[in-house]
Write a protein that binds this ligand. Structure first.
Ligand SMILES: [Zn+2]
Ligand SMILES: [Zn+2]
Length: 123
């Protein structure tokens, strides 16, 4: 693994967020000032192909990168765009029961208003 790739993985693991490539690049440059944008993008692509990370295509903006490559659902706030992981294995099991076969893959995003946005709306 190259130093650049280790740095990117480290940045993703330290962040509680699902970062965009530009956000990862900005954080990487703080720690490795010489790093090029193309290097970050290329490494993200390689890491995605190796299933070390997952890419999330967002309907409303830049793709985000997920440090958890195993299947899980997401909670998306329509107010501020924050994205959180949510376990949905129980739901997937119910769907498997209903369809009588195994779910092979899924992408599940649940839209809601996060507590901070709900609070702001209530004021
Ligand atoms: Zn919000
Ligand atoms: Zn996630």
């Amino acid at each position: 693994m190259t130093r650049q790739r280790a740095l990117i993985l480290n940045i993703m693991q330290e962040s509680p967020k699902h970062l965009t490539a530009d956000e990862i690049f900005a954080l990487a440059r703080q720690r490795m000032p010489g790093i090029a944008r193309g290097t970050v993008y290329r490494n993200l692509k390689l890491m995605e192909q190796a299933h070390e990370i997952a890419k999330l295509e967002m309907s409303d903006g830049a793709d985000r990168f997920d440090k958890t490559p195993t299947p899980h659902g997401h909670l998306y706030c329509d107010g501020c765009g924050s994205l959180q992981d949510i376990p949905v294995i129980g739901l997937v099991r119910e769907i498997e029961d209903a369809i009588g076969t195994e779910v092979r893959s899924y992408q599940l995003t649940i839209h809601y208003l996060c507590p901070a946005c709900r609070k702001e709306q209530a004021q």
